[in-house]
Design a protein around this ligand. Structure first.
Ligand code: P53
Length: 469
């Protein structure tokens, strides 16, 4: 039976906007995430004028201050034995307005230092070029990714990164959870979209522009960094049909196509036939330029990276509130839920790995998986996070099954190895970490780090290459 390769990339995953803080330091410009407050309704509360307001709490502004704590934090990741760290570069540290004439040297050197620190610990950086981090100035000036102008700005940004970090970074991915363009366009496609009939037009136009940008990034990466690998990244938590009623099965399949559409284009290099009817029904007409198809066909991604947290359950006719993660749907009586209502389904991870490997036969990287829950510090100072360890154990067992099934999986990064700001709600108290950070939802706390019980557990998992669970 096949098992994890010797050089399997065990690690953790972060995003600049959720951990770094230092939101204006060293010349950084604002990015869209810097406007989000805390709460389940954070996207609704968003000021349409895209301005900050005094007295409001914006969790990304300080986050866990990884910007200043990275040496200490990376030392702990090193102690855990992590082989890789997935994190993102904040685009607006490099180009504060997105369309600046020159990149910001202080931003560039910050990441250079950080990558050097990772290598010192034998940790391979795996870099997301944009993790919901479109510079705010681009959103204000050009409207977001449905404007083709962003393609050129992104390409230039990528080339600056590849040139500067070509000796330090061998694993790249372009847009985090690009399929969330349909569910969370503000995060995934840097644009404010009204909830009206015109939304799909803007979203699919943004998707096309991002496919072109993705292809240009792949091309530049291959030309500039020999041997580097550049993936696409999707949110691929899945949905099951609620019953064997054919309508439930059919509609759930179509729901999945909404997501797989993105990887179909970027991995197969062509638009799938099912999208024509979809666009006709939605009245979508995507503007394309001559040469786009060739570019996309010739520059497909080297691997598929995806997040997997849970499965949801779909009933035909149910309002499609989302395409993947976050779509909880009908109740699944076979699954327990997290404190935040996400059904916990390790078998679903094996299922999804098989589904995706059957479809693409490309290497796969589990870019995010994890349990967000509340933690309590016991009177002896320990944090006994047994639910997190249980979640990890079961998902690694499922991953082992997927590898044994023949899926080509080369890495696994736990989401939030240290507590960070939640993307969905902005909370600090929805914690994922093996390392606790003293900070609450109101922004109070010392930022002091403290190991949870899961710290030693993950260390053991890595040391045994996934065998000692
Ligand atoms: P949180 C939901 C909402 C927003 C982003 O989510 C999401 C999801 C789940 O698919 O995707 C990823 O923090 C995302 C991360 C995020 C993580 O899920 O809401 O790539 O940025 O933190 C977990 O618990």
């Amino acid at each position: 039976m096949k098992t994890f390769a010797k050089n399997f990339l065990w690690g953790g995953a972060l995003a600049a906007n959720q951990c770094e803080g230092a939101y204006l330091e060293d010349g950084k410009g604002l990015e869209i995430c810097d406007l989000l407050e805390t709460g389940k309704d954070r996207f609704i509360k968003l000021d349409p004028a895209l301005e900050l307001h005094e007295g409001h709490v914006y969790p990304s502004h300080e986050a866990i201050d990884f910007y200043h704590h990275y040496k200490e934090d990376i030392a702990m990741f090193g102690e855990m034995g992590m082989k890789c760290l997935r994190t993102s570069i904040a685009w607006s540290r490099i180009f504060p307005n997105g369309d600046d004439a020159e990149p910001n040297e202080k931003g560039l050197s910050y990441y250079e230092d950080m990558f050097r620190e990772l290598h010192r610990w034998g940790i391979e950086p795996v870099i997301t070029i944009s993790h919901f981090e479109t510079p705010l100035a681009l959103v204000k000036k050009y409207g977001g990714w449905d404007n083709r102008k962003l393609v050129g700005f992104f390409e230039r940004y990528c080339k600056v990164l590849f040139e500067r970090y070509k000796d330090q970074v061998k694993y790249w991915m372009t847009f985090n959870e690009i399929n969330n363009t349909l569910k969370l366009p503000y995060l995934a496609a840097g644009m404010v979209v009204a909830d009206d009939a015109n939304a799909p037009q803007r979203q699919y136009q943004a998707a096309h522009n991002m496919f072109v940008a993705n292809a240009l990034a792949v091309k530049a990466c291959h030309e500039m960094i020999p041997g580097a690998k550049i993936g696409c990244m999707l949110s691929l938590s899945t949905a099951y049909p609620n019953t064997c009623r054919p309508e439930d099965v059919m509609e759930t399949y179509q729901l999945r196509q909404r997501s797989l559409f993105f990887s179909d284009v970027m991995l197969r290099g062509r638009y799938p036939s099912y999208i024509d009817r979809k666009w006709e029904e939605l009245g979508v007409q995507v503007q394309m330029e001559p040469g786009d198809f060739e570019l996309i066909a010739q520059n497909t991604n080297d691997y598929l990276a995806f997040s997997y947290y849970m499965t949801s359950t779909h009933i035909a006719g149910m309002k499609i509130r989302s395409n993947t993660g976050g779509h909880v749907g009908a109740d699944n009586p076979y699954l327990e839920k997290s404190k935040w209502g996400w059904p916990i389904d390790p078998v679903g991870l094996r299922f999804v790995c098989n589904e995706l490997y059957d479809r693409y036969q490309k290497p796969m990287f589990i870019a995010e998986n994890g349990l967000g829950t509340a933690d309590t510090i016991d009177s002896d100072g320990r944090i006994r996070d047994t639910a997190r360890m249980e979640y990890l154990k079961k998902h690694i067992e499922a991953l082992q099954q997927a590898v044994a099934d023949g899926c080509d999986i080369f890495g696994y990064t736990w989401w939030g190895p240290i507590d960070i700001v939640s993307a969905g709600t902005g909370e600090m108290e929805k914690r994922y970490g093996f390392i606790y950070v003293d900070k609450d939802n109101q922004g109070n706390g010392t930022l002091q780090r403290r190991k949870k019980d899961s710290f030693e557990y993950y260390k053991k998992v890595i040391a045994s290459n996934g065998q000692d669970l």
